[in-house]
Design a protein around this ligand. Structure first.
Ligand SMILES: [Zn+2]
Length: 308
């Protein structure tokens, strides 16, 4: 082969090599949001077991037209703050340090703290990586107020009733078009403590929560936002008798339902979900990098498979 041809061959090979290298690099770096808006709806004490007896048409619609698991698990103990913390902080209690039902500060020093002094939540990822994106929290139980970076959210509202919590959240969603809104309902946990789990009164509250979820879907549809949104419905724990916190599956198993943009109708997921996978899944939907101290995995089985 004459030298000039050898030279040309080398250049062509080099160009092909560079092209495939840059494609590979692009694949790794490219993190596109899969939806513009994520609405996380969490219902305190809503055990996965409730689906056997409750009439929950709105949640059923989300399950049929989206994806779900009724075998998602809480972390231990199966109590409130420790689980809400894990859900928003994408990690395990041994790392974030919130370990009790009413933890306001971590009992174990958080392995990592951000600028506001707490373990990094999903809200901090948005703050750092997409500073222009709006984000907010509306919650009926004041305990939630200790579990996110207050200075960084555009809505921090502790509602005086479930309806009021919802009303404020929907006003925020439709007016501000936020990237992330977290809504916390305090039922059916209260009735579970007062009257008992798996009682007619418990199912009444479960069905009331289903009605509120219906209002979230309705508001998103009416404001033409549903086509760009993902709704995740889950809970912190279930319960047994008048309590929870223990190691039975009726206390630990929680619903995990995802519905909306880029979520094909595929019903039940096999993926073994733990509550800290919720934060990782939200990060995945919003195209955010997650920190090493997180332990959650995105529930990628729920999403449209890439066509290439
Ligand atoms: Zn409780």
């Amino acid at each position: 082969m004459p030298n000039s041809i050898k030279h040309l061959t080398f250049i062509v090979m080099l160009m092909i090599g560079l092209a495939s290298f840059s494609q590979a690099a692009e694949k790794v770096e490219k993190k596109e949001a899969l939806a513009k808006h994520v609405i996380l709806v969490g219902s305190d004490g809503f055990g996965a077991y409730a689906f056997e007896k409750a009439k929950v048409p709105h949640l059923r619609k989300m399950m049929e037209e989206g994806a779900y698991s009724l075998k998602a698990r809480s972390v231990l103990p199966s109590s409130s703050a420790v689980n809400w913390a894990s859900m928003l902080m994408g990690s395990d209690p041994v790392l974030h340090g919130y370990t009790e039902w009413g933890s306001e500060t971590p009992e174990i020093p958080s392995r990592v703290v951000g600028e506001t002094g707490i373990f990094p939540t999903i809200f901090s990822l948005l703050e750092k990586q997409r500073p222009d994106a709006k984000k907010g929290v509306s919650y009926t139980w004041e305990g939630i107020g200790h579990l996110f970076e207050k200075p960084w959210v555009d809505l921090d509202y502790n509602g005086y009733s479930e309806e009021n919590t919802l009303e404020k959240a929907l006003e925020f969603i439709t007016q501000e078009k936020p990237a992330l809104t977290s809504i916390h309902f305090n039922e059916p946990d209260s009735i579970g403590h007062e009257i008992g789990h798996d009682t007619p009164q418990y199912y009444e509250k479960v069905e009331m929560i289903d009605g509120l979820v219906g209002k979230v879907i309705e508001a998103l549809e009416e404001s033409n936002m549903m086509k760009d949104s993902v709704i995740i419905f889950t809970a912190d724990h279930g319960g047994i008798g008048k309590g929870h916190g223990g190691q039975t599956l009726v206390e630990m198993e929680i619903p995990w339902i995802i519905y909306g943009k880029n979520i094909p109708a595929q019903g039940e997921l096999e993926f073994p979900i733990i509550t800290y996978d919720t934060a990782a899944t939200i990060a995945y939907v919003l195209g955010l990098e997650t920190p090493d101290v997180w332990r959650g995995k995105p529930v990628i089985d729920a999403f449209e498979k890439e066509s290439d």
